[in-house]
Design a protein around this ligand. Sequence first.
Ligand code: FAD
Ligand code: HEM
Length: 404
Amino acid sequence: MLSKKNREVIRSTVPVLETHGEAITTQFYQKLFASNPQLLNVFNTVNQTQGRQQTALANAVYAAAVHIDNLEEILPAVSKIAHKHRALGVLPEHYPIVGENLLAAMKEVLGDAATDEVLEAWGEAYGVIADAFIGVEHQMYQEASSQSGGWTGFREFVVDQKIVESDVITSFYLKPADNGALADFQPGQYVTVKVSAPGQTNTQLRHYSLSDVPNGSYYRISVKREAGREDQPSGIVSTSLHDHLSVGDTLLLSAPAGDFVFDCETSGPVVFLSGGVGMTPLVSMLKTALEKQPKRDVTYIHAAINGSVHAMKDDFNQLADTHDQLKYYIVYERPSEEDRKRAHFSKEGFIDLSWLKSVADKDSTFYFCGPQPFMKAIYQGLKEWGVSADQIRYEFFGPQGSLE
Ligand code: FAD
Ligand code: HEM
């Protein structure tokens, strides 16, 4: 428990953190990697280039300062981050290293404002926050290893099948190399892959949602090739998996993680909205809803640029043909001539609120995932419609961002 005096000091630094939070976390990462270059094997350096990780960490530190009197208010956020930490292999011994570099960065950025009193208060606060993370993560490590077929760290899997799903998305069917049991997971969860990509000095870790239902035999991930552009290098891991991972090859995976999961306890209608490769966690949820809750009304809306990048078309059509409770809509931003000939889409352009209102029920639980602009549009549409926060669930395919 933080002392009263230090709580007051932390509260007084809230406005400073609001202004300088990102400068502090940017400085923090520079210091961390300079003194601990081995951590470059754990962090996604591309997220650093884009500043998304610095923002996510600054927001977390700021939220901790704002809620310093009531840290349990940030427990849901702690749990989400802890899932990622557990999947990446963050351990208790890493916390003092991060704490030391965070305080050093504060001192450097805040200058005279970082008095001994402020640094002492933040040192104590960091300890309390770190203990909360370490406790939650300890429990997650225990759950991952005690589950039948579970494990901690990275386990070797063999690619059993590699299936091209669209011009940009390919699925990999993965079986444990040790032929041992395979842990179940909750639909919506992801695994983390550890890859030594060609031309990279450090190993790369990336998360991929499990795109099929738990089946005791294999995990399936479906990966979009991030091709890059003239002004932007192509994605390191996705292109490496597409180009260099073949049937019979092995891949290292950590055990399933994540709190964006399908809630089988809720009844009432459910709406899934996916944009592009954001379909992966939702496919698993959709199949689960149809199997486990056959009386539940399900609406699935998938948005893609056009039919050539629309993955798993046949699987979805088959699900729609064989389940009366499923209403399935396809939205193409720019349908091709071929798409027009086949006329297999429901709407052209983007999903907007008036159209959403015409196909979905306001009382539904809404699950969505896709590119950030897609997610913002859906989130803001649902808010404008008056859908309450507890009916809205979503996942970012990157560090947690803002949808406001
Ligand atoms: P990176 O090398 O990490 O690059 C990321 C992007 O930045 C690329 O588009 C690249 O072109 C661009 N870029 C690279 N360098 C720069 C630069 N200097 N300036 C500007 N732009 C740059 N992805 C899937 O395909 N399927 C999934 O099911 C899936 N599930 C996910 C689940 C979760 C919970 C999360 C967090 C992410 C998920 N992702 C999924 C995303 C995935 O983890 C990777 O982020 C994605 O594959 C890109 O990784 P990469 O190594 O190919 O690209
Ligand atoms: C990710 C906070 C300690 C390693 C994150 C994220 C936040 C965060 C907010 C972004 C989660 C997201 O994707 O949305 C914190 C806080 C910490 C802490 C508040 C201390 C109390 C640590 C430690 C390590 C670590 C000790 C180990 C070295 C990572 C890594 C990521 C991450 C590797 C993923 C970043 C990426 O590759 O994109 N953390 N963290 N964190 N954290 Fe921590």
